[in-house]
Write a protein that binds this ligand. Structure first.
Ligand code: CO
Length: 680
């Protein structure tokens, strides 16, 4: 009896979440939906995960509107969403009434399959969402977050699957976020689960470690019913196994998917074109990351750690941190490392290495130890639990964490309206998920979605984050940019300059901004500036070739657009974007600058030291806010400053008793060891 294996394609959610920081727009999805809908997929994953956050944070898209449009365009294929149990799509536990409303609204707007998971694999964190999803009549899949630890065995996972089935799961997913699931282990695991439950089993395994295709095949052999894949042009590296490859591997066997290759290839061609637009978000991974198999640390977590250590000027400590993670992971009962636990365990491990083991403990780590995220798989280190209780002043709990949360729907309705929501259930939920970001989104929603054409940049243009030395009229300045910054303006002695960052490591270009009404010479296409043909300050005529650029492996001329004095705004070797201003002609660009101060005027002047006991920044980051006021009398150990570092809020405490004098400003980027305050 032939057993057909079914396929869920993740191209509309996990693929671009893994490859392109979840930036794919609805406008790039809709044109191919008709073809996707005809393939005969078991489901198309298209919503949940980080898509909701990305829609309102970066794309100015209403995530609910996206869902309705996709549903209308995919009448025959169920849309699957990824739902983080009691966290929904946000980063905290919600009250049950909010969870129920969310699930109901998601079903009403078009979700056909709820894939529900919890970082702790604590079924109690999935209970409310699962019950609500069952009530909608849609397919409910409960996912096991897969981890490889001394604690986890196939037997334990099979027990968990059995428990999920008792909760009413229609199917089970093995969710391997980081490609840790080895092919032969997958075979045994699927067999073990199949021996305990008789509902379908679906496999989700990322390609990051290069094992995923084999893992899916062995899982199919063991009886897995559905495999997660991604259309080939959006597959592999941090994404998933290519749909077409899996279809062909299984063709003619008892696991044949029956899917039409010709139709799949047409879809792949479409997404190849789409993918090019998102190049600047493309994850840096080329090929395979075997380090993950050595460290057992998920790929996303590994790159986060690398970035965090770089920020902390401690890139050389990566090996030490990876070793520390093994210890910290054991201390928190081998909780699977997935959002948000991967971040919590990662940051704590970095702090342990930089500051001494558990000298500093983040509130999140305290919460994880004391049960506020759910039951940990194995028992946590009891001494640390004691320490966390002491530090947090909160008791350790063993109940379902959401039992401690009062119903909050009515409050959310009022707050969402006050934040500019339209009073709908959907807007209330958008607000509830992202209360800090929703007000801005409500205000700007009418401007319409961001067009992905605006993402196009020159090759090598990604990853500008870092410190640069910028040369303005012969004086060097240090500027620091965020990771995605292409340009920034710097004011020196009252004159504004535009700084354009090229490829990582290349010197940025500086141009006087807004100093005259000169004619702009813009880059016709994206590429690299090869050389300047004229010289700075030359008198040129319209039509003169002034710049050569390289684009699409061709050398192209860029010509003057007016007569007048030439001023260049970019330098040879710069990566340039289409439409970027490369030069101005006849403007006041050569405005002289008087001897500037030693730093860009963008930074507020730092207050002056008056002596006293220094309070220094434990790690690099941003000064969030002052908890005490200037001149306050504080006791040693009082929290006086909150800083943000590695996406966590950390307390900085007074190192002595006395009067506080602050030496930094809120919003400042701060270096590790920098004196933030003095106590006199
Ligand atoms: Co995934």
């Amino acid at each position: 009896m032939a057993k057909k294996v079914k396929i869920s394609d993740l191209v509309l959610r996990d693929a671009h979440q893994s490859l392109h920081a979840t930036r794919m727009t609805t406008a790039d999805m809709l044109p191919i939906c008709d073809k996707l809908d005809k393939i005969g997929y078991e489901s198309l994953e298209a919503w949940g995960g980080a898509t909701f956050d990305s829609c309102i944070s970066f794309l100015n898209e209403d995530p609910w509107e996206r869902l309705r449009k996709l549903k209308a365009a995919l009448p025959n294929t169920p849309i699957m969403m990824l739902l983080r149990g009691q966290n929904l799509l946000g980063y905290r536990h919600y009250a049950d009434d909010v969870v129920e409303k969310f699930v109901e609204a998601a079903a009403n707007n078009g979700i056909g399959v709820f894939r529900i998971f919890d970082a702790c694999n604590d079924p109690r964190n999935m209970e409310c969402a699962t019950k609500a999803a069952k009530k909608t009549g849609k397919h409910v899949q409960m996912a096991i977050s897969y981890a490889v630890t001394p604690y986890h065995t196939n037997e334990k996972y099979a027990e968990l699957a059995k428990e999920y089935a008792k909760f009413g799961a229609d199917s089970i997913c093995i969710k391997d976020m980081s490609g840790l699931l080895r092919p032969y282990d997958a075979y045994e695991l699927v067999k073990a689960i199949k021996a305990k439950v008789d509902i379908p089993v679906q496999i989700h395994t990322h390609a990051t470690t290069g094992m995923s295709v084999a893992t899916l095949v062995k899982a199919a052999e063991a009886g897995a019913d559905v495999l997660d894949t991604v259309i080939s042009s959006m597959a592999m590296t941090t994404s998933h196994s290519p749909t077409e490859s899996i279809v062909e591997i299984l063709r003619g066997t008892e696991y044949d998917t029956g899917l039409d290759m010709k139709a799949l290839v047409e879809i792949s061609d479409y997404f190849r074109g789409v993918r090019a637009k998102y190049a600047k978000f493309e994850s840096a991974l080329k090929g395979v990351k075997p380090q993950i198999l050595l460290s057992q640390v998920p790929g996303g977590m590994l790159s986060n750690l690398e970035n965090q250590l770089k920020e902390q000027n401690a890139s050389d400590k990566l090996d030490e941190v990876l070793k520390e993670i093994q210890i910290v992971h054991k201390d928190v009962g081998y909780v699977p490392l997935v959002t948000p636990t991967s971040q919590i365990v990662g940051v704590q491990s970095v702090l342990n290495v930089l500051q001494g083991r558990y000298k500093m403990m983040t509130p999140e780590f305290q919460g994880l130890l004391t049960g506020y995220y759910g039951k940990l798989p194995a028992d946590p280190n009891p001494d640390l639990v004691k320490l966390a209780v002491e530090k947090s002043g909160k008791e350790a709990i063993t109940c379902r964490p959401a039992d401690l949360i009062e119903n909050e729907w009515d409050k959310m309705v009022d707050e969402a309206k006050a934040a500019g929501g339209d009073g709908s259930v959907e807007d209330t939920l958008t607000y509830a998920m992202f209360p800090k970001k929703a007000p801005k989104f409500f205000k700007e929603r009418a401007n319409g979605p961001v067009n992905s054409d605006s993402f196009k940049v020159a090759a090598g243009g990604a990853g500008k984050g870092g410190s640069y030395t910028v040369n303005v009229n012969g004086t060097a300045y240090n500027v620091t940019t965020g990771p995605a910054a292409d340009t920034m303006s710097v004011t020196v002695n009252g004159t504004a300059y535009n700084v354009t960052f090229g490829a990582a490591g290349a010197a940025p270009a500086v141009a006087a901004a807004g100093t005259g009404a000169g004619a702009d010479v813009k880059a016709p296409v994206a590429g690299t500036l090869l050389k300047l043909v004229a010289s700075e300050g030359d008198e040129v005529k319209a039509g003169d070739v002034i710049i050569m650029i390289e684009s699409m492996k061709m050398e192209l001329e860029v010509k003057a657009t007016a007569n007048g004095k030439l001023h260049f705004c970019a330098a040879a070797g710069d990566a340039i974007a289409a439409g970027q201003t490369l030069a101005t002609i006849g403007g006041g660009a050569a405005a002289p600058v008087a001897a500037p101060a030693a730093a860009p005027a963008a930074a507020a002047p730092a207050p002056v030291s008056t002596g006293g006991t220094a309070v220094t920044a434990p790690v690099a980051g941003t000064l969030l806010k002052f908890v005490a006021s200037e001149g306050d009398t504080v006791a040693s150990g009082d929290t006086i400053i909150m800083i943000e570092s590695m996406k966590m809020e950390l307390e900085v405490k007074a190192t002595a008793a006395g009067k506080v004098h602050f030496l930094a400003n809120t919003g400042d980027s701060i270096a590790q060891g920098q004196t933030l305050a003095e106590i006199n």
